[in-house]
Design a protein around this ligand. Structure first.
Ligand SMILES: NC(=O)c1ccc[n+]([C@@H]2O[C@H](COP(=O)([O-])OP(=O)(O)OC[C@H]3O[C@@H](n4cnc5c(N)ncnc54)[C@H](OP(=O)(O)O)[C@@H]3O)[C@@H](O)[C@H]2O)c1
Length: 237
């Protein structure tokens, strides 16, 4: 929860993978509420459009380079976040890659390992590094997928299953600090990753990411809907 305990105005929130897709939609929603954003992408130049939107909203915004496949980049990013803000009232671990799809037997082991580094191993390291910065009673969202553990989804299925396990672990370990750790599955949303995973699909049949950010915002505002939320079911009776 932010320092005032009511709105996100002034709350300091880190969003990884904010350059496009779901992360950009989350950042946009937070900026509209006056949050102080700390946004990451592999190259901060990718964040120009969303940084401009923050500026238009009058929201403070720090841009940080982060490559989740590179431990040195993760450590440097965590140091930079600490220089930018003394505390984080919210963290959204959104960045991810699809990696090689298809049966695991047919996949290049090095490509599998690289994708797991981004989708899981790097996320563990980043949260370890950020932990001292995360405020008591903060909201931490891990963006997962219905593909977690699903056959045919390769490294992505493994990485997301690991991420959800990480969420369960930290939810318990950080409970004494009042930190709410929640995995959110946005479901299908119209992004580059969705197009890569489903190249034959008409994008017009898939909801835009802005329609699926509500549970993420609710967790950052102080809600605790449990360890795993399906965004497509959010708000339904
Ligand atoms: N789209 C869907 O239908 C769907 C469904 C379920 C779950 N999800 C999840 O939602 C999240 C966002 O997905 P999306 O569809 O918005 O994907 P996207 O459009 O491909 O965006 C991915 C984001 O991750 C960042 N990223 C990529 N590689 C990175 C790395 N090595 N280190 C740090 N950041 C990196 C990208 O930043 P750069 O600018 O640096 O490339 C980009 O901002 C992912 O966790 C995904 O698994 C998506």
């Amino acid at each position: 929860m932010n320092p005032d305990g009511a709105t996100l105005d002034g709350a300091r929130v880190l969003v990884t993978g904010a350059s496009r897709g779901y992360g950009a939609a989350i950042a946009r929603a937070l900026s509209a509420q006056g949050a102080h954003l700390v946004l990451t992408a592999t190259d901060p130049a990718h964040l120009g459009r969303i940084a401009q939107q923050c500026a238009d909203d009058g929201s403070p915004c720090n841009l940080v380079a982060l490559d989740l496949a590179d431990p040195a980049s993760i450590d440097a990013a965590a140091d930079e976040v600490a220089r930018a803000v003394p505390r984080l009232e919210g963290v959204v671990m959104n960045a991810g890659v699809l990696g090689p799809m298809g049966p695991l037997d047919a996949a290049d082991p090095d490509a599998i390992a690289r994708a797991i580094d981004v989708d899981f191993t790097g996320q563990v390291r980043l949260l370890q590094r950020l932990s001292p910065l995360i405020a008591d009673r903060a909201g931490v969202v891990l963006v997962t997928s219905g593909a977690a553990g699903r056959a045919g989804y390769g490294a992505y299925a493994l990485g997301k299953a690991g991420l959800q396990a990480l969420g369960l672990m930290l939810r318990e370990e950080w409970a004494p600090r009042g930190i709410r750790v929640v995995s959110v599955n946005p479901g299908p949303v119209r992004t580059d990753m969705r197009a890569e995973a489903h190249p034959g699909e008409d994008p017009a049949t898939v909801p835009p990411p802005a329609e699926r950010v509500a549970p993420v915002i609710a967790v950052l505002e102080g809600a605790d809907p449990g360890p795993l939320v399906q965004a497509s079911e959010w708000g339904l009776a």
